[in-house]
Design a protein around this ligand. Structure first.
Ligand SMILES: Nc1ncnc2c1ncn2[C@@H]1O[C@H](COP(=O)(O)OP(=O)(O)OP(=O)(O)O)[C@@H](O)[C@H]1O
Ligand SMILES: Nc1ncnc2c1ncn2[C@@H]1O[C@H](COP(=O)(O)OP(=O)(O)OP(=O)(O)O)[C@@H](O)[C@H]1O
Length: 598
């Protein structure tokens, strides 16, 4: 018998057998105890030319698995790892992370975690230089990668001065420039605008087209991912493989099962599930808007439940809680807000939308007083609940306005989850008994009770996000400003979070939320303001605005998936349907399919 060498063309680029990871949780005496396993006994393979999508509820071990592929777990993050793991042809357990760098390129869930240099171009050159590629090749690779993600024009800038989406694009460019055969991407589109998401998937297709490279993709937002992925592996809450197989077979074929696990499904699949439950015969389930249009055109449809007011009533001046008056702001030598005037009325649930770098975060932070500009850099003014947020005392300000950062780690100031929640209340002198009651309530609502003594940095991405929202709502401010609050969340948690925001809003809190998720905006916002190049380019009702192609194009946005599907239907009665809640839902199935039930 001849010895068979592994075939470099067809043998997997990544192969896990029985991978089990238990984090080391430090104890006060300097020792550690072991956390629960996540992932737990996972088998998975990525072959050349394939995009494999890894799904599962928050905390099930997706990021840990991703970090294990290049040895960061356990070489940098302490953990017990069992099972076997081969990546890019290396036995990872026996290889130090730097030696894997040429063959395994990674984009972390938190793009800030990987920035090491002072300029965008240097950042992209860094890895290929370290791999000792010739200078001309390094530059050519860097230019190619930066053009692919739309950052070539900003190559001279400091990465710290990019917007959140800009930093995410940079992290992707760095991974591409390495030229590794295996790419491991952990939520790479979470901060990208819809154009960026489209570009990202086009890039992914070109990366795998030659059949030599493969991708492991951890992603919550499936509306775009379904068209690019070949196979799916779904983990359950305990970190075990719940199901795996070709995308269509798993996401459409086992949709009900996945919804029950709390895993995202494409919006169109969710819509079809709801319609099926209301007696509309749709089989098989669609994965894309075009497939949903086709399925609905083939059956006779009941009337939709049109419940959304198409027009936003004019703002009543007596009820203005946030007022932005002719605000112009310069940052890093650029005008990032340009004569913005905006009144937010009590009771608005306002979504601030726009392309990466449009100025959303800057505006949100100025309103919340998190960013206090230098006099020379700003013209115009902001008032929140009668206060000037740039000069007000912090204690007064936290009662008026709460803020949730785009990157949750930017706001943690204590060493324990429960202290983090109590911090703002103690600062304001709230009595101890009430602090305990309010903290327990938030821990409970966000499923963080078992993690109350954990250091905030040792949480999963989704758990950090929930904690950051918790710290803002525990103070019960009149106005709550949130920058991308659902990124990194599984479906169940995102729905819960939005239900909670809707409840707070119904109870009288004014909510301003920055979001790239147009479906989420369609479902929950009562008003949408679109920014482009630092200017307000549209202000109105989601039902109207999110269908207006001219406005969406001007703001670099896209029609949300459900509106895209219904807008193309032959039956015009359905053209106004933008939300899952607009669908007839006579008999909702046991699984809670969306948080927007009217
Ligand atoms: N550095 C760490 N130290 C200790 N425990 C950790 C650390 N990072 C993650 N964990 C824990 O390990 C488990 C798996 O976390 P992981 O980040 O892999 O989950 P995930 O599936 O990526 O979640 P999410 O979708 O919320 O990002 C969680 O229970 C988390 O609290
Ligand atoms: N600290 C800073 N110093 C200088 N310029 C900055 C700073 N932070 C952001 N900018 C620049 O201001 C502009 C607007 O950034 P901002 O973060 O407000 O955009 P955004 O609309 O929130 O984008 P994203 O969707 O990517 O989060 C961008 O050109 C960005 O590069």
């Amino acid at each position: 018998m001849r010895f068979a060498y592994p075939d470099p063309v067809t043998s997997p680029l990544l192969e896990l057998r029985g991978l089990r990871v238990r984090h080391h949780l430090p104890l006060d005496d300097g020792g550690h105890r072991l956390g629960d396993p996540a992932p737990d006994g996972v088998d998975l393979a990525v072959r050349p030319g394939e995009v494999v999508l890894l799904l599962g509820p928050s905390g099930c071990g997706k990021s840990t698995l991703a970090l294990a592929t290049n040895g960061l777990v356990p070489h940098v993050v302490d953990a017990d790892v069992t099972g076997t793991l081969t990546a890019g042809g290396h036995d990872v357990a026996a290889t130090r992370p730097p030696l894997l760098a040429a063959d395994v390129a990674m984009v972390f869930q938190d793009p800030d975690a990987q920035v090491v240099t002072g300029s965008v171009l240097d950042e992209v050159c860094f890895a290929p230089e370290n791999l000792r590629r010739p200078p001309a090749e390094v530059l050519a690779r860097a230019e190619g990668a930066l053009r692919q993600v739309g950052l070539w024009e900003r190559r001279g800038d400091d990465p710290a001065l990019l917007s959140g989406g800009g930093r995410q694009r940079l992290a992707l460019a760095c991974a591409l420039a390495v030229g590794a055969r295996l790419l491991v991407l952990d939520e790479p589109t979470a901060n990208l605008d819809p154009d960026g998401v489209e570009q990202f998937y086009a890039t992914l297709r070109s990366v795998t087209a030659s059949g030599e490279r493969g991708v492991l993709l951890v992603e919550h937002d499936l509306d775009a991912a379904v068209e690019a992925a070949d196979r799916v592996v779904v983990l359950d809450a305990a970190g075990r493989v719940a199901t795996s197989g070709p995308v269509r077979e798993v996401l459409a074929g086992r949709a009900e099962e996945l919804a029950e696990l709390g895993v995202w499904l494409p919006t169109t699949t969710l819509a079809a599930l709801r319609l099926r439950a209301a007696g509309v015969p749709i089989d098989p389930l669609p994965l894309t808007p075009a497939e949903l249009t086709g399925a609905l055109d083939a059956v006779s449809l009941p009337a939709p439940v049109a419940v959304q007011e198409p027009d936003v009533p004019p703002v009543d001046r007596r009820d203005v809680v946030v007022s932005v008056d002719h605000l112009t702001v310069r940052r890093g030598g650029r005008t990032v807000l340009d004569d913005v005037s905006l009144d937010v009325a009590r009771g608005d649930l306002l979504a601030l939308v726009g392309a990466n770098g449009a100025g959303k975060t800057t505006l949100a932070q100025l309103v919340a007083g998190v960013l206090r500009p230098r006099r020379r850099a700003v013209a115009g003014s902001v008032r929140v609940g009668g206060l000037d947020p740039w000069r007000a005392d912090v204690r007064d300000l936290t009662a008026a306005v709460g803020f949730v950062f785009q990157n949750p780690e930017h706001q943690f100031v204590t060493g324990r989850v429960d202290d983090e929640l109590a911090h703002g209340l103690r600062l304001r002198g709230v009595p101890d008994g009430e602090v305990v009651a309010r903290v327990d309530d938030v821990l409970d609502r966000f499923g963080l009770g078992a993690l109350r003594d954990r250091h905030p940095f040792w949480l999963s991405g989704g758990q950090k996000r929930r904690l950051s929202v918790g710290t803002a709502i525990v103070c019960r401010p009149d106005v709550l400003v949130l920058d991308e609050p659902t990124y990194g969340q599984d479906r169940e948690r995102a729905v819960e979070l939005l239900d909670l925001l809707t409840t707070l809003h119904d109870d009288g809190t004014t909510v301003v939320v920055v979001s790239h998720d147009m479906q989420l905006v369609a479902e929950h916002a009562t008003r949408v303001v679109a920014l482009a190049g630092g200017r307000v380019v549209a202000d109105g009702s989601p039902a109207v605005l999110l269908r207006d192609d001219a406005v969406l194009a001007a703001a670099g946005l896209r029609t949300p998936p459900l509106a895209r599907a219904t807008g193309a239907l032959r039956d015009p009665a359905w053209h106004a349907v933008t939300r899952l809640a607009d669908l007839p839902a006579a008999r909702l199935p046991a699984v809670h399919l969306a948080g927007a039930d009217a």
